[in-house]
Unconditional design. Structure first.
Ligand SMILES: Nc1ncnc2c1ncn2[C@@H]1O[C@H](COP(=O)(O)OP(=O)(O)O)[C@@H](O)[C@H]1O
Ligand SMILES: [Mg+2]
Length: 267
């Protein structure tokens, strides 16, 4: 894989405790190939590193394989070649349940709440694998309600009657009840109003401070580059480039690459 040689400047990413280079790798895709059906390969040799308490961004045009990359990391798809390494364990092909048990959680791109259940019951479903430990479930719910006061207010509301942004917060809350070490987020602000998007990005940006490592797939290049410590560019299921926010603002080649397919502008 291509190592990133550049250090984060003071404004690169969100990490006060050292830049990208200083952090330990906690999850890695090494030359991963994967297909949904037969030999129609969607990932074609993808390599990337996710670092502890950092935000790793993934951008790329529609259909590039960003969601497929996350689904493969989380075990919904099994690599046909290459490997996925969590810590020092090769977990290629392990099912999502195993990933959850190892502290990895996933918020998919498509809406995934049970509309006919209340906010609280949706959150309780996130506690499924420790459901017999009633004390732990109640503590997890209270923790999430503390993090998202709006969800505490709406705990008895049916999820389907919430706004899109509020539903996103329920999905984030449901992923956080398990106290994950790593959270995989697929386009968390797609179709969400700008004001709420800002709140969601602020929330994501603060996750590393509470010891949560983030992988952020995003169509919004500007926001993704602004909040991430490192951004990988994908196309056709393989690496096209990578860089810190600093590098994105100076490197014409990277700028041109993303400008090809997106309206690109960095703060
Ligand atoms: N469930 C699926 N079955 C078959 N092909 C799929 C499935 N999901 C996505 N694809 C295909 O995989 C490619 C990459 O899709 P995806 O990973 O969703 O891209 P992105 O998230 O970058 O927009 C696309 O060509 C898409 O049609
Ligand atoms: Mg996608």
């Amino acid at each position: 894989m291509t190592a990133m040689a550049e250090k984060n400047g003071p404004s690169g990413g969100n990490s006060a405790n050292g830049g990208w280079e200083a952090a330990a790798t906690v999850l890695e895709m090494r030359d991963v190939h994967a297909a949904y059906h037969g030999d129609i390969s969607i990932l074609n040799g993808l390599s990337l590193s996710v670092k502890e308490n950092r935000i790793t961004g993934i951008i790329g045009p529609n259909g590039a394989g960003k969601s497929t990359a996350l689904k493969t990391m989380y075990g919904f798809l099994k690599p046909s070649r290459g490997s996925i390494v969590l810590g020092d364990e090769d977990i290629s092909g392990r099912p999502p349940y195993d990933m959850m048990a190892r502290g990895v959680t996933f918020v998919p791109q498509n809406r995934s709440l049970f509309n006919e259940l209340t906010v609280e019951d949706n959150l309780r479903l996130g506690c499924w694998h420790f459901r017999r430990d009633k004390g732990k479930v109640e503590a997890a719910l209270e923790r999430v309600f503390g993090q998202f006061p709006i969800l505490a207010e709406r705990r008895d509301t049916l999820a389907g009657s919430l706004s899109g942004g509020q539903q996103r917060f329920v999905e984030l809350g449901r992923a956080l009840v398990v106290e994950p070490k790593i959270i995989l987020l697929d386009e968390p602000t797609a179709m969400i109003a700008p004001r709420i998007s800002r709140e969601i990005y602020d929330f994501i940006e603060a996750l590393p401070e509470s010891g949560i490592t983030v992988v952020l797939v995003d169509q919004n290049v500007r926001q993704c580059v602004n909040v991430s410590d490192m951004v990988y560019i994908l196309d056709l299921g393989r690496n096209r480039g990578e860089g810190t926010k600093e590098k994105f603002s100076h490197d014409d080649h990277l700028k041109e690459m993303v400008a090809e397919w997106l309206d690109y502008q960095i703060d």
